[in-house]
Write a protein that binds this ligand. Structure first.
Ligand code: PHE
Ligand code: ZN
Length: 896
């Protein structure tokens, strides 16, 4: 630390074990919004393995009242934010008692880290370094202690008092106060501590595990929200059952609680036995939540529950190992959601959706100024490293391990991981070693040191593939090369281990049997494990030039380059047995048309970027008799503007937007009859159920309606916009209602101006629905430069509140990070708005501000005048003297 609050970079290589252990902690809280008193009694012990040194405890924004060592007043000094104690008594075992009394002010805590107030209730958020805002502590994940927590508060205002573990005592106190005492039976790092106090109601469910043990599951919400907790509870029960069935991991607590709060920086938090969730990932009923909300809730409830083993029972040694718990737990929640699908096609849809997130968010991150390895080497602010790289790419790395050892082998590896490390704080190396050791004959075991480059090297590898058919020899040879561009601080990359799942498709569309040079038939799809910069593989007994289907199921997080002809892609789109590559063929065709139109000399860009073959292929998919609706919806969704931008060295966001809108318009008009058919065939779905099949049908109906309203812009049709308005009014669920509203907004129809206020009036008391209402308007297509003024208006709306992260995201992020066509304005006003908001938010909540700061990550790729204007906006933010470390790190890296 240089001066107070100003950190310099922290390096993974500098890790040293803690000089002290904390065995037990007794915390006693007198909860009061203005002044909460915290008494912290610890039993500490010197770590005999490291040289003797003073005790340094972390603390932040605390008022320190008293420090006692073994019951005696002790002398201490402050070094920046640390409380330093020297000359500690050296008992035989090096143990001593330390008692610290502090106060803090939860009501003024707008950072939402540590102890804060939301809607008159108390919540905590301690990951990564929030516990130090509650009391002085060794606030690092490798210090694991046993916690006993007593909460005292006004009984009328805070009837529910919760903390981790088991409730062992409760009762009333004087002055209308009461107390509750909780004991957590498991040791834990401080980042997993939690408390909640407030006026909450709980949905309860008792379950019996396979071994006959009984558990109590509870979902706590504000009183009016109880009717929105059924799906979260169902998701929790499904999670418990799945982890037992798939990995043999049982629930280890008598009581497992989820609490929802509307003020939360992230999605949710896996505190031991007391998960705290953003309301967005808990509350749902058919009137207020969409199918997407339902499926997100299922994933996030699963994710936090699965952390109980991967994160809590075995935790991270230090924050550089964050992906140890996050990558693994995302992988687990992805598998959970897939396993809940009854139809194989629904599994494939989930996989495509996950890959789409990876490619539109993580690939750009890995190519930009914030690129970092899955296990970073340094950081300034750990909060900035809760990234799509740590989470989603980390999950892909775990998935590749499973591919290399097989599903059963992976489950064996997990078992060994817990045998070895239960109750410990460990590293990514420890995990990979356990999976490999459990599968000694696997490719993973053979290649482990090279495989671990996925943890150490940043950047998205590219696989360059080419094929050659030898008609005389009846062979087909694939040449596969790999490369990876430099990333900040890593100029040269060594080859990765890349599992490439592949098959060959005949020109007639049939899957070919794969025979290698030695005459062996190999199962198709075949997983070829690349390890070299370049290698070849040859298949025999091939009669005609096949179409290779490479990287099936997206078997590795790479960019695949293969010079497919349009005909070959159309063959794959029509026939590939691998649904991922079938979808991918359509995406490649669309990207190709987009890039051609973007590069065309014509100014403005050509209005008809799509060719007839593509449009016909889309019609065939849309009308296909057996493909399911969810898959059709994915195929017919054009690649996003962000994804298209990533394929270009120089980016003109307005041109990309114009071309993509032209493509959408073309699909809308050319397929009008087909969209009308699709709408009629999928619009009615009976009683609402958020299952994959019926939600796919709703998604396709919504897509059809959007295109029909778009087509109406050209044709002057009034019928479909009228139908959309009718559906908006009459819909029996939020998915259909919101899709109809979105169709009117996307086509900028006059009826949108009637529907929007009506929607607001209908849902004025539903915060999560209002978030959708704000986001829809801030994310609307910009046809006349009117979105930025609309966004400014929305910020003046009485329901807008910059301090509430969900609301801030719904307006500001929807505009700056999710609406490129409106944000990148030739007059630079979007960037000026962005810099104002980053600075303004930084004074309230640096984590949220730093996320917003990343909207300009890719500024160096922009063409003029955007590039200079974006740089100016970044410089403007960087010039602010008292920036948080969070924002400073992001803008400094962007400008480097
Ligand atoms: N650990 C949480 C998760 O992934 C995310 C989180 C990080 C939440 C930091 C809050 C603060 O589930
Ligand atoms: Zn997580």
């Amino acid at each position: 630390m240089t001066r107070e609050g100003q950190h310099s970079a922290i390096h993974r290589a500098d890790y040293t074990a803690p000089a002290f252990w904390i065995d037990t902690v007794e915390l006693c809280f007198d909860l009061d919004p203005a002044k909460t008193r915290v008494l912290n009694k610890m039993r500490l012990r010197r770590n005999a393995d490291v040289p003797a040194q003073p005790l340094r405890l972390d603390g932040e924004e605390l008022n320190l009242a008293r420090v006692l060592v073994n019951g005696q007043g002790a002398s201490f000094k402050m070094d920046g934010n640390q409380l330093v104690l020297e000359n500690l008594p050296a008992a035989e075992d090096g143990a001593f008692d330390l008692e610290i009394f502090t106060t803090c002010c939860p009501a003024k805590n707008t950072k939402l880290m540590g102890l804060y107030v939301s809607n008159d209730s108390f919540f905590t958020q301690c990951e990564a370094e929030g516990f130090r805002r509650i009391t002085y502590f060794l606030d690092r994940p490798d210090v694991m202690a046993s916690y006993t927590v007593t909460l005292r508060a006004d009984k009328a205002k805070y009837p529910v008092l919760l903390s981790n573990g088991n409730l062992v005592e409760q009762g009333t106190l004087d002055d209308g106060r009461h107390f509750a005492k909780w004991v957590d039976p498991f040791k834990k790092p401080s980042y997993l501590f939690a408390l909640v106090a407030g006026q909450l109601v709980g949905r309860e469910q008792r379950i019996t595990a396979r071994n006959g043990r009984e558990h109590l599951l509870q979902v706590f919400v504000r009183p009016g929200d109880l009717d929105k907790t059924e799906h979260a509870m169902n998701s929790l029960m499904a999670s418990v059952a799945w982890d037992e069935a798939r990995f043999g991991l049982p629930l280890d607590l008598e009581r497992f609680m989820i609490v929802a709060t509307s003020d939360f920086n992230m999605g949710a938090m896996e505190n031991k036995g007391l998960n705290i969730f953003n309301t967005k990932y808990v509350l749902a009923n058919q009137a207020t939540a969409t199918d997407t909300d339902y499926s997100n809730i299922e994933s996030v409830v699963g994710h936090e529950y699965f952390h109980n083993w991967t994160g809590n029972r075995v935790t991270c040694r230090d924050w550089f190992q964050l992906s140890l718990k996050e990558g693994l737990t995302v992988f687990r929640d992805q598998e959970f959601s897939q396993d809940l699908c009854r139809e194989p096609s629904a599994r494939a849809v989930k996989r495509i959706e996950d890959v789409r997130v990876l490619r539109t968010a993580q690939f750009p991150e890995d190519a930009g100024p914030m690129a970092h390895p899955v296990r970073p080497d340094s950081y300034i602010e750990i909060n900035n490293f809760y990234t799509v790289t740590i989470y989603e790419k980390g999950a892909e790395v775990v998935r590749m391990m499973q591919t290399l050892v097989g599903r059963e082998g992976f489950a064996k590896g997990m078992t060994l991981y817990f045998e070895r490390f239960d109750g410990q704080a460990v590293t990514c190396d420890d995990f990979a070693q356990a999976i490999a050791d459990a599968n000694p004959d696997s490719d993973l075991a053979r290649l482990l040191p090279q495989f671990k480059r996925w943890y150490s090297q940043a950047g998205t590898p590219r696989v360059h593939a080419s094929g050659s058919f030898d008609a005389a020899a009846r062979t087909y040879t694939l040449t596969l090369g790999q490369s990876c561009a430099p990333t900040p601080g890593q100029a040269v990359k060594e080859p990765f281990v890349i599992p490439v799942s592949l098959g060959l498709v005949g020109a007639d569309g049939r899957e070919l049997a794969l025979r290698t040079m030695d005459g062996n038939t190999v199962p198709s799809p075949y997983t070829f494990v690349m390890t070299q910069a370049s290698e070849t593989l040859t298949f025999v007994d091939i009669d005609a030039e096949p179409v290779p289907s490479i990287l099936r199921g997206f078997s590795a997080p790479v960019v695949l380059e293969f010079d497919y002809s349009d005909e070959q892609l159309l063959t794959l789109l029509a026939n590939d047995i691998d649904p991922f590559n079938r979808w991918e063929a359509g995406q490649r065709l669309a990207v190709r048309s987009a890039l051609k139109a973007i590069a065309a000399v014509a100014d403005p860009a050509p209005l008809q970027p799509l060719n007839t073959a593509y449009i016909d292929a889309m019609r065939s998919v849309l009308r296909h008799p057996t493909l399911d609706a969810a898959f059709k919806e994915l195929v017919l969704t054009l690649p996003s503007e962000t994804y298209i931008a990533e394929q270009l060295d120089v980016v003109d966001p307005q041109r990309i937007h114009a071309v993509r809108e032209a493509m959408r318009g073309q699909l809308a008009v050319a397929l009008t009859d087909d969209w009308a058919w699709a709408f009629d065939a999928h619009a009615d779905n009976g009683a609402y159920q958020p299952d994959p099949l019926s939600s796919g049908r709703r998604a396709l109906a919504g897509m059809a309606l959007t295109h029909l309203c778009l087509a109406a812009r050209t044709t002057g049709d009034v019928v479909w916009p009228g139908k959309a308005y009718q559906r908006f009014k009459d819909a029996g669920n939020m998915t259909d209602r919101f899709n109809a509203l979105a169709a009117l907004v996307a086509s900028d129809h006059a009826l949108a101006a009637q529907a929007l206020p009506r929607f607001h009036a209908m849902f004025k008391d539903e915060a999560l629905v209002l978030d959708k209402w704000f986001a829809l308007q801030a994310g609307a297509p910009d046809r006349a430069g009117n979105i930025l003024p609309a966004v400014r208006q929305l910020m003046k709306h009485p329901d807008f509140n910059l301090r509430n992260p969900n609301r801030a995201r719904s307006v500001i992020f929807s505009y700056c990070s999710a609406n490129p066509g409106a944000f990148h304005r030739p007059d630079a006003a979007g960037y000026v708005f962005w810099s104002d908001r980053v600075i303004e938010l930084d004074g309230i909540n640096p984590q949220v501000a730093a996320r917003l700061a990343r909207a300009l990550d890719r500024w160096k790729k922009l063409t003029e005048p955007y590039r200079s204007a974006a740089r100016e906006a970044l410089v403007r933010v960087a010039a602010k003297a008292d920036l948080s470390n969070d924002v400073r790190e992001v803008v400094t890296r962007a400008l480097a």
